[in-house]
Design a protein around this ligand. Structure first.
Ligand code: NAI
Ligand code: MG
Length: 356
């Protein structure tokens, strides 16, 4: 197959980690007879420096014409003085909006080789952690009307939580379809004992569930879900939830796996094109030192093959290669323990590519 990939390296460690993912994708192309063409475009702080805007038109156009987007990370102290609306991170929102990406999928996987890095007790991690959070990305309280007014001399602020049936329906389909490729269980998380948006959420999710009789649906209140993720994470396969709950729960879920350096993510819309990126930021403290962990980006590339290009065997091959290199005891600094061997970002990329 021939695929055109828009590559946004971004700032900080972005270029280093993206280079490793491209190395691995190039190896996959050779082994499986595909052609991947990479078109590099600017976004974030480097785009502000070069073009005066964090998201140049050319970048948007290239992404819209691509089969998928692979992104490193954007931002850094150099641009911290800019007002919110002009900061590098604005590029992410602009890309999500322009590409119509309403579903964010974040796996929480504990590699058995890294179990010591989890803050959870061994008796809990012994049952394994392998679930994904499917988070609605373009609705809810983050996108409802925000305002601050004054009443009787006192400031009063409000943010509107708003969802339509259509918005809930399309994200529910993503969750059920994801569950079909996994262990066939969706846990829909809401606050239906208090919120109207959650009661609508539950009703629509139950309606969508009728189309997936092979998938089991259960409901959980968000406060209980926060507890269950650290008490018994093995119970989860796919967690489906709205934007703000998903923001918080997916960060909690990534912490129980030990390091943010190994986790990838995908953002999907109604077509097959997605945007794939590690969950961490540009890590300015270690940028340019060939120290960063490239695994989150490499696994994001694997997600791209699985979700956007329908190449499950190729995605499996990348995941197996990552696991094989960890088995051999090789680690970047963020994953080190007493029994492992410290290697650089680029050596990690070389080793994973070679293990495919
Ligand atoms: P960060 O995720 O960049 O770094 C937090 C800590 O984790 C640092 O100590 C860093 O060295 C470490 N770390 C992160 N990724 C790592 C990796 N792959 N390997 C080894 N260690 C890693 O978060 P921080 O410091 O809050 O933000 C730095 C900049 O990144 C800010 O400008 C922020 O706005 C931006 N950012 C961008 C994101 C994106 O592009 N999607 C997401 C989060 C933050
Ligand atoms: Mg967050």
């Amino acid at each position: 197959m021939e695929k055109h990939i828009a590559v946004i390296k971004g700032d900080g460690i972005g270029p280093e980690i993206i280079d490793q993912a491209q190395k691995v994708l190039t190896r996959i192309a050779e082994q499986y007879g595909h052609t991947f063409s990479f078109e590099e475009v600017l976004a974030g702080g480097c785009a502000i420096d070069a073009c005066g805007t964090c998201l140049p038109d050319k970048t948007l156009k290239t992404c819209l014409n691509s089969d998928s987007v692979l992104l490193g990370a954007v931002g850094g102290p150099k641009w911290d003085h800019l007002p919110g609306s002009e900061r590098p991170e604005k590029a992410l929102l602009g890309l999500r909006k322009a590409l119509g990406l309403y579903a964010n999928i974040r796996p929480a996987v504990l590699f058995p080789q890294l179990a010591d890095a989890s803050p959870l007790k061994p008796s809990i991690t012994a049952n394994g952690i392998d679930f994904v959070v499917v988070r609605e990305l373009t609705g809810g309280v983050y996108f409802g009307a925000h305002q601050t007014t004054s009443e009787n001399g006192e400031a009063v602020a409000s943010d509107l939580m708003i969802y339509s049936e259509h918005e809930i329906e399309r994200i529910a389909h993503v969750a059920f379809q994801t569950a079909r490729k996994r262990r066939h269980h969706v846990t829909s998380v809401d606050k239906a004992n208090v919120l109207d948006t959650s009661r609508l959420w539950r009703k629509v999710v139950e309606r969508v569930a009728e189309q997936y009789p092979d998938v089991t649906l259960s409901h959980m209140y968000v406060d209980n879900a926060a507890m269950q993720i650290c008490k018994n994470p093995a119970q989860f396969d796919v967690i489906l939830t709205e934007n703000m709950f998903g923001d918080i729960l997916s960060d909690e879920a990534s912490m129980i796996t030990g390091t943010i350096g190994t986790i990838g993510s995908s953002s999907l819309g109604s077509g097959t094109r997605g945007m794939y990126e590690p969950i961490h930021g540009s890590a300015p403290d270690i940028a340019g030192q060939d120290k960063a962990n490239p695994i989150g980006t490499i696994l994001s590339a694997a997600m791209m093959l699985r979700f956007s290009f329908d190449m499950p065997s190729e995605a499996d091959a990348i995941e197996r290669a990552v696991s094989a290199v960890l088995d051999e005891g090789f680690r970047t600094g963020d994953m080190m323990d007493a029994h492992t061997v410290l290697i650089s970002c680029s050596e990690m990329g070389d080793r994973i590519a070679a293990a495919i």
